[in-house]
Design a protein around this ligand. Structure first.
Ligand code: PLP
Length: 478
């Protein structure tokens, strides 16, 4: 049993009432946990990326009911190896090429730890001035770092807030757009996005009670066709519907295609629609000047989201949501019950982030982002992204030079999308060969019913040799 401290009330009066871990024990177990995490990172490269378990295997190792008495922390921690580890998919493996990356870094982990240790609840400025002001300030830094319009700073007309996910940001944006048409029936409203957009757009529209979602067709590069968008809006207007919201994607999930933001923005302005940009994955690349041409037209957007938790070394969850004008956002989200009234809020001089998203409570998410930016510096982050893009280009060149392989989309960022010239069966063989290595892992997708391989290069530890290893598997099966 762990040593239990006497409680402030006195151990003899209420013996061992809480079983709190003492600061001394916390220091001991905390240091051991940091060592355990560092050990994990040192060996994650050799772990098979996907676990060998069947549904229910992990659960069957847990006792039927919760423990009646507290347990020594050593035995709790030991179950990380015994129970948890066998059931993990190793997202942090350098051979992780599936979906998109979910970056983690040591400075971000330390930021998470500090945030947990401080236990702040930043719903109002007053409930944690530092949580609010560091978040506002770091997101204002990011406006400059990512080449966004200067007016999107919290010191300007717009402003940024951290959300859990891009799905939350998009849903929030749809709700704000809906709230500008209070007189209209949501079942007659229409949301537009491309046929290649992420499912979170459709889900956000459904959750917001929007009646119609139009998936606009795409061109040869899988980018939204702006004339088709204009035609769809006009047809809906003619049918008496209420065009509400357009989501353009900067870096689609399938192939990282970039929608024509300027053309979409102009159409949205012309018809008074809310224009949202989903840059969940590729938004991180905007830290490098050479990718900023993809932002052309972003100044016409009403809102924008991207996830540092995908490709900017910041642990999940960390999704940036910017608005070009914070007034409609706050108007849609504010409800002030008497118990939340306070002088700071009434003064109008502070940001109360509870008015910038759906949840009331919020944790100190900005701490890890602040740590990451300060640890790596902007230049460190730029070279991190550039190295992954270089690796993706390197793999692309090898695929292009191979007689049996064909690129199915251009490599714009860190994602390489290709197929076998002989068709789906041969492409599936390539996928199986990569995954049979157990230390590299991909998840295929389809485009116009054609199977293709997605190699998403962007994990924190991925280096040239890991891309060489995936190439060996590809070449061996091609
Ligand atoms: N948008 C795009 C383009 C994505 O690729 C993804 C996830 O991969 C999302 C949205 C959803 O992101 P989140 O998990 O943060 O909701």
């Amino acid at each position: 049993m762990s040593e239990k401290t006497s409680h402030a009330l006195g151990a003899d009066i209420v013996p061992r009432v809480t079983g709190h871990m003492s600061p001394a024990e916390f220091r001991k177990h905390g240091k051991a946990m940091i060592d355990w995490i560092a050990d994990y990172w040192e060996r994650v490269e050799v772990e098979p990326v996907t676990p060998d378990v069947k549904p229910g295997d992990i659960r069957s190792r847990l006792p039927q009911s919760a423990p009646e008495d507290g347990e020594p922390f050593e035995s709790i921690a030991a179950d990380l190896d015994r129970i948890v580890m066998p059931g993990l998919t190793h997202w942090q493996s350098p051979g992780w090429f599936a979906y998109f990356p979910a970056n983690v870094s040591f400075p971000a982990i330390l930021g998470e730890l500090a945030a947990a240790g401080l236990g702040q609840q930043g719903m109002l400025w007053q409930t944690s001035p530092a949580t609010t002001e560091i978040e506002s300030h770091v997101l204002d830094w990011m406006v400059d770092l990512m080449g966004m319009p200067a007016d999107w700073k919290t010191t300007g007309r717009g402003g940024g807030v951290l959300q859990m996910s891009a799905s939350d940001s998009t849903h929030t944006a749809i709700v704000v757009a809906r709230s500008r048409h209070r007189e209209a029936d949501a079942s007659r409203m229409v949301v537009y996005t491309s046929a290649q957009a992420h499912s979170s757009i459709e889900k956000g529209a459904n959750v917001a009670g929007i009646g119609h979602v139009r998936l606009i067709d795409t061109d040869d590069e899988m980018a939204m066709r702006a004339p088709s968008l204009a035609a769809a809006i006009e047809a809906d207007l003619a049918a008496g519907l209420v065009p509400l919201f357009v989501c353009g994607t900067l870096g689609t999930t399938g192939t990282t295609a970039v929608d024509p933001l300027a053309a979409i923005g102009e159409i949205s302005r012309r018809h008074g629609l809310w224009f949202h940009v989903d840059a969940a994955y590729a938004g991180s690349a905007m830290i490098c000047e050479e990718f900023r041409h993809h932002l052309d037209g972003v100044e016409l957007a009403d809102s924008y989201t991207f996830n540092p938790h995908k490709w900017l070394l910041t642990n999940f969850d960390c999704s940036v949501f910017w608005v070009s004008d914070h007034a409609p956002l706050i108007e849609a989200m504010t409800i002030i019950p008497p118990y939340l009234r306070n002088a700071a809020s009434d003064s109008g001089e502070v940001i109360d982030y509870r008015d910038w998203h759906v949840p009331l409570g919020r944790r100190f998410r900005a701490l890890k982002l602040w740590f990451v930016i300060r640890h790596y510096g902007a230049e460190g982050l730029r070279s991190y992204v550039r190295e992954h893009v270089r690796l993706a280009q390197d793999l692309t060149e090898r695929i292009e030079a191979h007689p049996s392989l064909q690129m199915v989309a251009p490599t714009l960022f860190g994602l390489v999308s290709f197929a076998h010239a002989d068709g789906d069966e041969a492409t599936a063989r390539v996928v199986d060969a990569i995954n049979a290595t157990r230390t590299s892992y991909v998840v295929p997708s389809t485009l116009a019913d054609r199977l293709f391989v997605r190699v998403a290069i962007g994990s924190t530890l991925t280096e040239q040799r890991h891309v060489d290893a995936v190439w060996s598997a590809i070449e061996g099966a091609a």
